[in-house]
Write a protein that binds this ligand. Structure first.
Ligand code: NAD
Length: 327
């Protein structure tokens, strides 16, 4: 039996996630929601048709036979698609409380299953941690921080830590190259929110023209240092190191699909014999942000499904559960 999957948010990551699922036997895409509508078919949606409807008419609500226009698409979809095993939340976290509010919507709906997010900010993950008890009580298995960073690279840090008696630093540096910022509007706005002088509120309020004007000034490059990224509390929660020892930064080129630098995670520590050393995990330059985020998200969805089948509910993170490869 395949795992029936839903995708909430059908922008850059949501569409990439749908394309990735088209090549998988173990998962079937049955439900999609975007801001203006939703689509559902218990036997599976046609990915190309869903993307064509979104791109031509702005919403999967226009998908022939299976689409419904709605201004309350997430609630309507949850109520309609009762047989979905798990959702990937490819939604913008704007405002910074949005993802937690979606989690509460699921809790209130009575639906039971697996939820996976690729959320980034520490303060956003903290809101989900606060919901742990409610998620468990309502038989939801929620996997948080399951993109690339946090996600794949945090999991790599968690594995790398095993060689050491004491972890001194975890340094995550990402390089992202995208041909056009408009394909990933939420990602870019959330990145701008980390720039000096900007906040989540100011970045959310920026018009597309204002984003373009800013990118014009920086030649399309966003350079980020010391970001508020949840990799820090995910590792701290496990006792690997204090959050102050985890740093995240990177470079995003919004005008070139080639990565400006190789994404990597460097963990330095002291072994039980007293040797200081560094483990490094570097992603292949040809792997896109979409491949690294969506691949990980579905790996964690499969792991979450296994936990859910064993009646293990509540909140889990990318640093404490091994993602399972989806065939
Ligand atoms: P996007 O702007 O391209 O698309 C957002 C989608 O969400 C759109 O389809 C929009 O219609 C939909 N949406 C917005 N509000 C909605 C609502 N209220 N109800 C239903 N649908 C709604 O976004 P993106 O660039 O694909 O980014 C998605 C998220 O992924 C962002 O939060 C970003 O930070 C995150 N992300 C995480 C990582 C990681 O490594 N962890 C990497 C990249 C992106």
């Amino acid at each position: 039996m395949t795992i029936k999957v839903g995708i909430l948010g059908f922008g850059g990551l949501g569409q990439a996630a749908a394309k990735l699922l088209a090549g998988k036997q173990e998962m079937t895409l049955v439900a999609i929601a975007d801001r203006d509508g939703y689509a559902y078919s218990s036997s599976g949606l046609n990915v190309s048709a869903a993307i064509a409807a979104y791109q031509a008419k702005g919403s999967v609500g226009h998908l022939e036979s299976y689409g419904t226009a709605s201004q309350d698409s997430i609630a309507n979809l949850i109520a309609t698609a009762r047989d979905v095993d798990g959702y990937f939340l490819a939604l913008p976290n704007l405002p910074n409380t949005f993802m937690a509010s979606v989690a509460r919507q699921f809790i209130q709906s009575g639906w039971q299953g697996v939820l996976v997010d690729a959320i980034k900010r520490t303060s956003a993950v903290e809101q989900l941690i606060d919901l742990s008890g409610d998620l468990a009580a309502h038989r939801i298995t929620y996997m948080t921080g399951c993109g690339a960073t946090p996600g794949l690279l945090t999991a790599a840090a968690s594995i790398a830590a095993q060689s050491f008696a004491e972890v001194h630093s975890v340094e995550i540096t990402f390089g992202v190259g995208i041909a056009n910022w408009a394909a990933y509007r939420a990602t870019i706005r959330e990145d701008i929110a980390h720039m000096p002088g900007y906040s989540v509120e100011t970045a959310q309020a920026m018009t597309d023209a204002e984003v373009e004007a800013l990118l014009e000034k920086t030649n399309g490059i966003i350079t980020l240092e010391n970001m508020e990224h949840a990799d820090d509390i995910l590792l701290e929660r496990l006792g690997i190191c204090d959050r102050s020892r985890v740093t995240v930064g990177g470079v995003v080129d919004t005008r070139n699909p080639k990565k400006p630098l190789s994404t990597n995670m460097k963990l330095t520590g002291r072994t039980f014999e007293g040797k200081i050393s560094t483990h490094t995990f570097t992603l292949g330059d040809e792997t896109s942000m979409a491949a690294n985020v969506c691949g990980s998200a579905f790996g964690y969805l499969k792991a979450g499904k296994m936990l859910h089948q064993r009646h293990i509910h509540g909140l889990f993170t990318s640093a404490e559960v091994m993602p399972l490869f989806v065939r």
